[in-house]
Design a protein around this ligand. Structure first.
Ligand code: SAM
Ligand code: SF4
Length: 320
């Protein structure tokens, strides 16, 4: 990524990746992400419309964005999602349209998403134990997520990434089982450090494990590459790969290329900062100019090593 018209922020980082949240609603209530009651219902007009999502995507592409990831909340519960995908996919200059999902609704939607132009999927999967899965998601069933992964493959999605938030005392005894998946499937299994924000900001220290823990216990992992904020590894002879994402233990902000737009239309230069820039009501040059300003003024870094996230929002409200 990083073509001729991509913009740089004031620290010289090229910004060409937008994570666009299409809803803050979700059919799960993951304990680290949101409270048991779910999301307070907001009036219909409080969230970006399908047209606004596409208009913001188009303006971001005009500002040099090459990759858009749709996220949430759970993007698959969003009405009009396929129209958003089709609208974004039609933008000349957009190189990749991706989506992050909990996978539960993929059995019905994987095929239509593929046809609507989604290039790649990340599917979140924190445990391979049905009882743990039900407890952590409060409303989810492991078998639905596994059916979703199968449906994604059947629909022709390749380069699937499975995202596992590493949580001490919850799934750190499953690391080898997740690594074993890469021996049987061409997937990238990615371990992501739990970030102290929202409900989990108050969790015990022992829940926050550095991904280095995985490297220490698996010396067979061979480094392949460092791509942006992810380090990629492979077990010998494995068709799949392993990704380690360390937002807390490693200062990866220097490699960050992202901006975010929340489901209520506010641009964030950093997941963890309080600063937000309203985009709703802006069109044409005014919209592009707000996005450019948000890119240029992207905060230099987060401060998770010293304190919990500065954002008062929960992850489902921003879009992980
Ligand atoms: N609902 C979709 C899903 O779960 O994939 C998309 C939105 S979710 C907020 C995006 C990702 O953020 C998920 O992989 C989730 O596990 C992760 N996430 C949520 N809260 C987190 C936290 N505090 N630290 C690290 N990852 C988190
Ligand atoms: Fe929903 Fe994703 Fe948050 Fe879980 S992590 S509650 S699936 S938005």
């Amino acid at each position: 990524m990083g073509g001729a018209n991509s913009l740089q922020d004031q620290y010289g980082r090229t910004v060409d990746y937008l994570r666009l949240s299409v809803t803050d609603l979700c059919n799960y209530r993951c304990q680290y992400c949101m409270g048991p009651q779910g999301v307070e219902k907001r009036p219909h007009g409080a969230m970006l419309s399908v047209e606004e999502c596409v208009e913001i995507g188009a303006a971001a592409v005009a500002c040099g964005v090459k990759k858009i990831r749709l996220t949430g909340g759970e993007p698959l519960v969003r009405r009009g999602l396929l129209d958003i995908c089709r609208g974004l996919r039609a933008l000349p200059g957009l190189e990749e349209l991706c989506l992050t999902t909990n996978g539960s609704l993929l059995p019905n939607l994987a095929g239509p998403l593929r046809k609507a132009g989604v290039d790649r999927l990340n599917i979140s999967l924190d445990t391979l134990h049905p009882d743990r899965f039900a407890a952590m998601t409060r409303l989810g069933r492991l078998e639905d997520a596994l059916s979703g992964i199968q449906a994604a493959e059947d629909a022709g999605f390749t380069n699937l990434k499975l995202d596992t938030v590493l949580i001490g005392g919850f799934n750190d005894d499953e690391i080898n089982d997740f690594l074993a998946l890469t021996m049987d499937h061409p997937w990238e299994v990615r371990f992501i450090e739990l970030m102290p924000m929202g409900p989990c900001a108050q969790w015990e220290k022992s829940c926050f494990l550095p991904v280095e823990h995985i490297l220490k216990n698996n010396p067979a992992l061979q480094i392949l590459s460092t791509e942006g904020v992810a380090r990629r590894y492979r077990l010998p002879q494995a068709p799949g790969t392993v990704g380690l994402i360390s937002p807390v233990s490693h200062d990866f902000c220097g490699a960050c290329r992202r901006i975010r737009v929340t489901a209520d239309g506010r641009l964030k230069g950093c997941l963890h900062s309080r600063e937000e820039r309203p985009l709703r009501g802006l069109h044409g040059e005014a919209l592009q100019s707000a996005i450019r300003a948000g890119i240029v003024q992207k905060p230099s870094r987060h401060h998770l090593a010293d304190r919990p996230s500065d954002t008062p929002r929960t992850m489902n409200q921003i879009g992980g």
